[in-house]
Ligand binder design. Structure first.
Ligand SMILES: [Zn+2]
Length: 483
């Protein structure tokens, strides 16, 4: 880290020095004033992030071909993410998440944390290495079949790599002998790696064998209370997707091998989706095709609308579990009469890495990634002119602009990158920026050198290009939400 920091400080110092010279030339006699207002080096300034130093191998080969060799089906999000150096394939269904992806994922997790904690969720972390004993007790050791990654320790004891944690969390709560009704509802969640032995991993992060999931488990005093918790979680999910700017439909679903009686899927409508949905054109009714007989065309809820089929990517799933697991593992609480009572449960999943890939899948163009703005790895990319070009003097103004932005809008600290590959033309770097999908790209060129400086700003989410003064730019970026 140290050499990079040093280099960046040198660079900032160098460019400040150059800009002072420029100021001196423009307003002779004002040098003292300029020196006094220049940021002092004792103050903490976050180093400028240089595109040339970000570990993001740009791989512009046809990844489709490469992946076909490995026998995997590809899709747009996977192709774009591999080309942009966001992910790198390792073994079937497993990927390296490169630094920009981790930045985006950490932001997504922060949004998830906010929404889960808003409804009372408490974050914990459970072992991924799960003892077979628990899974045999719930009978899922056999039910899960080949999907479960199984292994033995040196003593010959059986384990699995957890794909979900109903058994583990219920055992944890059961061991807390003093749980009182006053402590309920209890909502425990984690964001961890999950494992599933997919027969045919495909579509990059959309169907892998190792992935991140948020799983929450609720414990309530009664069925009514459990239904209220269930509803609160569904609303939190709806709010989460709205904050990300993603259209998500909540559909009635089958409970599968998790069990229980009430279940919903959260689906992002998309062409490559593997789930078939029926959505009512009149009311809010929607259901997974599996839930209805195949020839149903009339809506069972409003009786007026017609059901239209659409494909979807499942990004979340909620289940009301009742006492299925709490009964088996004896997860009880003492009720108001001080009598031990079995808790009512629910469980709620969100595919973290899947949301990331699905968002890219539905928002991107064929040529470039578009992110939900809130979780883009970086918000702004600044493009200085090409080295040796007519307007190369504007380069120092790009450095200055970044310092200015980060001083005026502290929220953007660490969110602005400088594309310092000035041996390349602006056009070429702009193409890269479009491929990577920074929400805002600022070109510092001829306009910046004018008496009233202006900057070309490309808003990639909307595709608009505007020319703004520094104040106009600050106004625009003031509305950028970060997390
Ligand atoms: Zn309807």
């Amino acid at each position: 880290m140290e050499p990079l920091l040093h280099q960046v400080r040198q660079r900032v110092f160098h460019s400040l020095h150059k800009s002072l010279n420029l100021l001196q030339r423009n307003h002779s006699g004002c040098a003292e004033h300029a020196a006094a207002s220049a940021p002092s080096h004792s103050r903490h300034i976050k180093p400028t992030l240089l595109v040339s130093r970000i570990y993001q191998p740009s791989n512009l080969r046809d990844v489709g071909q490469e992946s076909r060799v490995a026998g995997e089906m590809t899709c747009k999000s996977q192709r774009l993410m591999q080309q942009a150096g966001l992910i790198h394939p390792s073994n079937p269904g497993c990927y390296y998440y490169l630094p920009a992806t981790v930045r985006s994922m950490e932001k997504l997790v922060r949004v998830i944390d906010q929404e889960m904690q808003e409804i009372g969720g408490q974050k914990l972390d459970m072992p991924s290495l799960c003892s077979a004993d628990l899974w045999k007790t719930s009978e899922r050791w056999d039910l899960m079949g080949k999907e479960l990654f199984r292994l033995k320790d040196r003593h010959g004891a059986d384990y699995c790599l957890g794909p979900t944690h109903e058994e583990a969390v219920t055992t944890l709560v059961a061991h807390q002998a003093t749980l009182s009704y006053r402590q309920l509802p209890l909502l425990l969640y984690q964001v961890t790696r999950k494992f599933r032995d997919e027969p045919k991993p495909k579509f990059g992060l959309l169907r892998g064998r190792e992935f991140y999931m948020k799983d929450m488990y609720s414990f309530d005093v009664s069925k009514e209370a459990a239904y209220q918790t269930y509803e609160a979680v569904c609303q939190a999910y709806a709010k989460l997707f709205a904050r990300l700017g993603l259209r998500c439909v909540q559909v009635q679903a089958d409970t599968g091998n998790i069990g229980g009686t009430l279940s919903h899927e959260f689906q992002l409508p998309a062409d490559i989706g593997e789930d078939r949905l029926l959505v009512c054109g009149t009311c809010s009714f929607s259901a997974n095709v599996e839930m209805l007989s195949s020839d149903t065309t009339d809506c069972p809820q409003c009786k007026a609308g017609t059901l239209v089929e659409s494909k979807g990517i499942e990004v979340g799933h909620t289940f009301y579990l009742g006492k299925k697991y709490s009964h088996i593992f004896k997860a009880s609480f003492s009720n108001s009469q001080n009598k031990p009572t079995i808790a009512e449960m629910g469980c709620y999943g969100l595919g973290v890495t899947r949301i990331l890939a699905a968002a890219i899948e539905v928002m991107s163009t064929e040529e470039g990634i578009r992110w939900p703005g809130l979780i883009a790895p970086y918000q702004v990319c600044v493009l200085p002119p090409k080295k040796g070009s007519k307007v190369h003097e504007a380069a120092v103004l790009a450095d200055e602009l970044i310092l200015n932005l980060e001083e005026s809008l502290p929220r953007l600290r660490g969110e602005v990158v400088l594309d310092d590959r000035t041996q390349m033309t602006v056009g070429k770097r702009l193409k890269d920026a479009s491929r990577l999908g920074y929400p805002y790209v600022i070109i510092v060129g001829q306009g910046a050198l004018e008496e009233t400086p202006s900057f070309e700003v490309i808003c990639q989410q909307t595709g608009e290009t505007v020319f703004l003064s520094k104040d106009g730019l600050l106004d625009l970026l003031r509305s950028v939400e970060t997390v």
